[in-house]
Design a protein around this ligand. Structure first.
Ligand code: NAI
Ligand code: CS2
Length: 496
């Protein structure tokens, strides 16, 4: 792509914040391209004290150092297509900290979180950062970082641990608690964060847990913007546009943020910048998690097995578009209670256009990461609802997706080319493949027996088990597009 043809719209920052009102945990690409952009729009309208202290507590210390070296300024490159980009300058991050176990800033972060001026704490620490069982939602007290925080509550390593210690300090000092706003891709993400925090606090002091339960707001939010992890090629194309800040990110132009209204200490006037404030975010998040993220995961595993590298390359293939339509029309949309005024077909048409944006170069490998943490809310919850609904279906597309995920976790595509399996349960997957090898029925049963991932209702449904096994056999025998074709012949409505 010749960058010289590209049309550039520049959006310089108009102010720097007069104070820090928000702490963010998880200074990742999505935070820099989503929450920070909404707050920058607010800051550009009116200079105010909703500046952000952004912290990494687990990894990526380099990024914190780079952001500090760049005066905390960076750019967001919003590509509508390969010939049009908006370069947005961000100055809303007023402090960057690295508070990892090996880092210097844990105390600085906890002191900042105790500051009465900090009224909101937001998080993007990935689905695994809450240490909740993907199926039961219970706190994983056996996880080493949580065990550390139970034993060392005043020097926490995890996001829940940081929140508990900061809230404990505010309670001791008589400072009202901040609002906790989760921005990770989880259903009822505010309630899940609440459960992790209160469960951990209860291991420390029942009175503290009760105080948090009675006084701390945990609104949920639905977040949406496709923000691929930066690659060297991205850095090169931004450099060609004169953008050389190491914290720069690339993303699509689409962005959506739907937030439950529950901010006792106040919040920025986000509505003026396009944020939707609602009483109940559930219809928005279920639609997004099942239609966008569920489709993303289908493309990720089946596309990777077919040797495809990016989302746009996958949806360029008719078979993959057929599969998405079948999944949406037959398996996901029937389970939704849509937000008022929403049209599911308009939404899925917009998803195909977003997925087809070839300027994003969104790698399937990134989406495939952490499947054990993602599949329950993306495919399996709707699968259980279909088993118990009167419109029972064999869930052929969901089953093909599960088969693709199982095969993906073997660490090679169907041509035998290796790929990483980045998942907290990767060790378990290695053992299951070693034990069952080519015995596909046994391999299927063994994976479905992972009760941290698969609900009992699915594991014990003979039709679902059979459909997954058959899909796995089709994948191994003839490849991905043959497996989709077999699904189509068994489901004539496919792709209508
Ligand atoms: P990223 O890899 O750029 O950043 C991940 C962040 O999570 C880093 O700050 C890392 O230090 C932190 N982290 C990872 N594991 C952690 C743990 N166990 N405890 C504490 N912190 C941990 O990824 P990105 O793109 O920022 O995505 C992060 C999350 O944002 C996703 O998992 C998802 O929940 C949400 N999201 C991402 C979107 C995207 O398109 N990238 C879109 C919508 C939501
Ligand atoms: C993706 C999401 O990596 C993934 O799991 O499905 O990050 C996706 O890009 C966002 O949810 C889009 O809003």
């Amino acid at each position: 792509m010749a960058e010289t043809r590209i049309q550039i719209e520049r959006q310089p920052a108009r102010h720097v914040p007069s104070g820090i009102g928000i702490v963010h945990l998880g200074l990742g690409a999505f935070h820099r391209a989503h929450q920070a952009v909404y707050l920058q729009r607010c800051l550009n309208r009116v200079q105010g004290d909703w500046g952000i202290c952004s912290a990494n507590i687990r990894s990526n210390r380099t990024l914190v150092d780079q952001l500090r070296a760049g005066d905390l300024r960076y750019h967001v490159a919003e590509y509508s297509d390969s010939e049009h980009v908006t370069l947005r300058e961000i100055t809303v991050i007023a402090e960057a900290l690295y508070a990892g176990p090996d880092g210097p800033d844990r105390e600085a972060l906890l002191t900042r979180m105790r500051d009465p001026a900090v009224r909101i704490v937001t998080l993007t620490v990935t689905e695994k950062g809450y240490f909740l069982s993907p199926s039961s939602g219970e706190l994983l007290t056996d996880a080493a970082p949580i065990a550390h925080d139970i034993a060392n509550p005043e020097s926490p390593d995890t996001a829940p641990g940081m929140l508990v210690e900061a809230l404990a300090r505010r309670r001791t000092a008589g400072v009202a608690p901040f609002t906790v706003l989760c921005c990770d891709n989880m259903p009822h993400n505010g309630q899940r964060t609440r459960r992790a925090v209160i469960s951990l606090a209860r291991h420390r002091e029942a009175a503290l847990a009760d105080w948090i339960d009675a006084n701390v707001a945990f609104p949920s939010s639905m977040v949406d913007r496709i923000v691929p992890a930066m690659t060297d090629a991205d850095r090169q194309r931004l450099s060609a546009l004169g953008v050389d800040d190491p914290a720069a990110v690339v993303c699509e132009t689409f962005s959506q943020w739907v937030v439950e209204e529950d901010f006792p200490l106040g919040r920025p006037d986000w509505e003026a910048d396009g944020v939707e404030m609602v009483a109940d975010v559930a219809p928005f998040e279920t639609m997004k998690l099942r239609l966008l993220n569920g489709a993303h995961s289908l493309l990720a595993y089946l596309g990777a097995l077919a040797g495809i590298e990016t989302v746009d390359a996958a949806v360029a293939r008719p078979a993959f578009r057929q599969l998405l339509q079948h999944y949406w029309q037959q398996e996901a949309i029937p389970t939704l209670s849509l937000p008022a005024g929403a049209d599911a077909n308009v939404y899925t048409d917009s998803l195909l256009a977003r997925f087809g944006n070839d300027s994003l170069r969104h790698r399937l490998q990134q989406i495939a990461m952490d499947g054990s943490q993602k599949l329950p809310q993306r495919w399996l919850a709707s699968g259980v609802e279909r088993l118990t609904a009167e419109h029972y279906s064999d869930m052929a597309a969901t089953a093909l997706g599960v088969a693709g995920w199982i095969r993906y976790t073997a660490g090679t595509n169907l041509a035998g080319q290796p790929h990483p399996v980045d998942d907290p349960m990767a060790g378990t997957f290695v053992e299951l493949h070693r034990r069952h090898g080519d015995d596909l029925p046994a391999l299927t049963v063994a994976f479905l027996a992972l009760d941290a991932v698969f609900p009992t209702a699915l594991r014990e449904d003979p039709m679902f088990v059979k459909t997954v096994t058959t899909a796995l056999e089709h994948l191994e025998a003839g490849g991905v597009e043959a497996a989709i074709a077999a699904l189509a012949s068994a489901n004539p409505e496919l792709g209508k």
